[in-house]
Design a binder for this molecule. Structure first.
Ligand SMILES: Nc1ncnc2c1ncn2[C@@H]1O[C@H](COP(=O)(O)OP(=O)(O)OP(=O)(O)O)[C@@H](O)[C@H]1O
Ligand SMILES: [Mg+2]
Length: 113
């Protein structure tokens, strides 16, 4: 089981969600966040809105997947989010120890989706 955290440009969210849906990946958590990468927010100022200091608006996706869906999830995010410009984002991948569906008490891979 893996846990993906992806930071993307807000204007790429719809496309990333469409591509994830096509790959049968429906369960996702989405947050509005601010952040900065290697350019410290400066080089992207004309592409996005400047926030307090040098923090730019981003969208964070969090997705828990069984191992066989990891590549498909990453491919969908890259395909939907990549423009080739700085600030396209990043994906962080974590080994996930467990998952529990509170309603049923199911755990592990069954509880993910
Ligand atoms: N090492 C990191 N730790 C935490 N958050 C990060 C890290 N790198 C990137 N992020 C988050 O991802 C967002 C997008 O990063 P970004 O795509 O600009 O990465 P980058 O390394 O600067 O690559 P690029 O040179 O393509 O812009 C940042 O605004 C920040 O929120
Ligand atoms: Mg950057």
């Amino acid at each position: 089981m893996k846990y993906l955290v992806a930071i993307i440009q807000p204007d790429r969210l719809d496309e990333v969600l469409n591509l994830l849906t096509k790959k049968e990946i429906h369960l996702v958590t989405v947050s509005n966040v601010v952040g900065r990468g290697r350019q410290k927010g400066i080089a992207e100022v004309y592409r996005s809105h400047r926030e307090a200091g040098t923090l730019l608006k981003k969208v964070k996706l969090e997705i828990a997947v069984n191992d066989e869906f990891l590549k498909q999830a990453m491919d969908a995010i890259v395909e939907g989010a990549r423009t080739g410009q700085t600030g396209d984002g990043k994906i962080f991948v974590f080994d996930m120890q467990d998952c529990l569906r509170i309603r049923t008490g199911e755990t592990g891979t069954v509880a993910i989706g």
